[in-house]
Design a binder for this molecule. Structure first.
Ligand SMILES: NC(=O)c1ccc[n+]([C@@H]2O[C@H](COP(=O)([O-])OP(=O)(O)OC[C@H]3O[C@@H](n4cnc5c(N)ncnc54)[C@H](O)[C@@H]3O)[C@@H](O)[C@H]2O)c1
Ligand SMILES: *[C@@H]1O[C@H](CO)[C@@H](O)[C@H](O)[C@H]1NC(C)=O
Ligand SMILES: *[C@@H]1O[C@H](CO)[C@@H](O)[C@H](O)[C@H]1NC(C)=O
Length: 311
């Protein structure tokens, strides 16, 4: 059955990720119905939205009007017949998601798209008890915080229908998100695998004393990462090869291979000694800093940068 235009979104779970999705959906003019059984969840969400709606890049709605289309329901079943898409953000536990998705599948009309924000569990593992239409279930994995960072990794399971994959990508694009299709279920999807590769080498360099934690971060924020925000690693290689990726590979490939060989020799092994060493070095640095302020400054700059990129 073909998916329909998405005007009303259901959000399950309003923790870190669900609340941020709510800010985005509301700021883009959608109706949002949310549920979360935690005591005080509604008050906490409203407070969050009051201070974060205004940060959404290219918002369609004034911050004062942002909560107008928000409905909080105490029972999950109260939203199931009323939404065109569900974005699920409950706890990251297989038993929880398996039971929840069987219930969602059973109790929502067949065309309703159901996306899970899960960062680790592949949906093939939690659609096992869905009998009605598991083809409309997929992962829509955001990067924190979803109301600021455009990336969403769309990860179908082997039985997800391509029409639902297309509908999910179109929906996220309509909100100025940047969906990336992950064609095979792979632990960590794409972004977290890349992050793991870079971080493992960072931990190794810091624990070996090759560079301080502060300077490691500076290498990224003043060089590598700054450029990567504009041209990704592959385009950066292509430009570095004089607008010729083959040239880059032929001329710098062997050097890269040599560095990788050395990295393999000094691989961070997550042994207690190595972990303690990197913890000590990082904590010595960050314990002197005002982390709340750093986060707020980052998010403000991030919102402005994204808004600028989208113009
Ligand atoms: N935190 C991140 O950086 C991040 C990034 C991307 C994706 N995710 C994914 O998003 C999902 C949520 O993560 P989070 O960090 O927001 O966790 P969280 O613990 O902050 O929020 C989970 C929320 O789910 C609620 N909940 C529990 N049982 C529920 C139920 N039966 N129905 C509805 N809500 C229920 C909890 O009360 C809580 O508010 C996870 O699958 C996680 O993997 C997290
Ligand atoms: C609320 O939703 C309605 C119906 O989709 C829409 O027309 C209206 O613009 C929305 N209002 C706000 C403030 O987003
Ligand atoms: C790109 O580089 C490759 C390998 O160095 C070379 O063979 C090829 O001619 C180059 N292509 C262009 C368009 O310059």
């Amino acid at each position: 059955m073909a998916p329909v235009p998405i005007r009303t979104v259901g959000i399950i779970g309003t923790g870190v990720i669900g609340a941020s999705w709510a800010a985005l959906f509301l700021a883009k003019g959608l109706k949002v119905i949310v549920t979360d059984p935690a005591p005080g969840a509604e008050v906490k969400l409203r407070k969050y939205l009051q201070s974060h709606c205004s940060e959404v890049p290219n918002s369609h709605v004034s911050p004062e009007a942002c909560l107008e289309n928000l409905t909080f329901v105490n029972e999950l079943d109260a939203l199931l017949g009323k939404v065109d898409l569900i974005q699920e953000n409950g706890p990251e536990r297989l038993d929880f998601k398996r039971k929840l998705f069987a219930h969602l599948d059973e109790n929502t009309p067949e065309h309703v798209l159901i996306a899970s924000s899960s960062s680790g569990l592949p949906s093939s593992e939690f659609v096992t008890d869905c009998k009605k239409n598991p083809a409309r279930i997929l992962i829509g994995h955001p990067f924190n915080p979803p109301h600021l960072v455009p990336l969403v990794e769309v990860v179908p399971h082997p039985a997800t229908g391509s029409e639902y994959v297309d509908a999910a990508c179109q929906f996220y694009k309509s909100l100025d998100k940047e969906p990336v299709l992950v064609k095979q279920e792979t632990p960590g999807f794409i972004a977290n695998r890349l992050q793991a590769a870079v971080c493992a080498e960072a931990y190794s360099l810091i624990s070996r004393g090759v560079v301080s934690a502060e300077d490691l971060d500076k290498t990224m924020t003043s060089g590598l990462g700054l450029r990567w925000a504009l041209t990704g690693p592959i385009m950066t290689n292509t430009l570095g090869g004089g607008a010729n990726f083959s040239h880059f590979m032929d001329h710098l490939g062997p050097a890269l291979q040599g560095w990788l060989g050395d990295m393999e020799k000094h691989k961070f092994d997550f042994s207690p000694q190595q972990v303690d060493s990197v913890k000590d070095k990082v904590n010595d640095w960050v314990s002197q800093l005002d982390l709340k302020e750093i986060e707020a400054n980052r998010d403000e700059a991030l919102g402005k940068f994204v808004e600028d990129q989208q113009h």
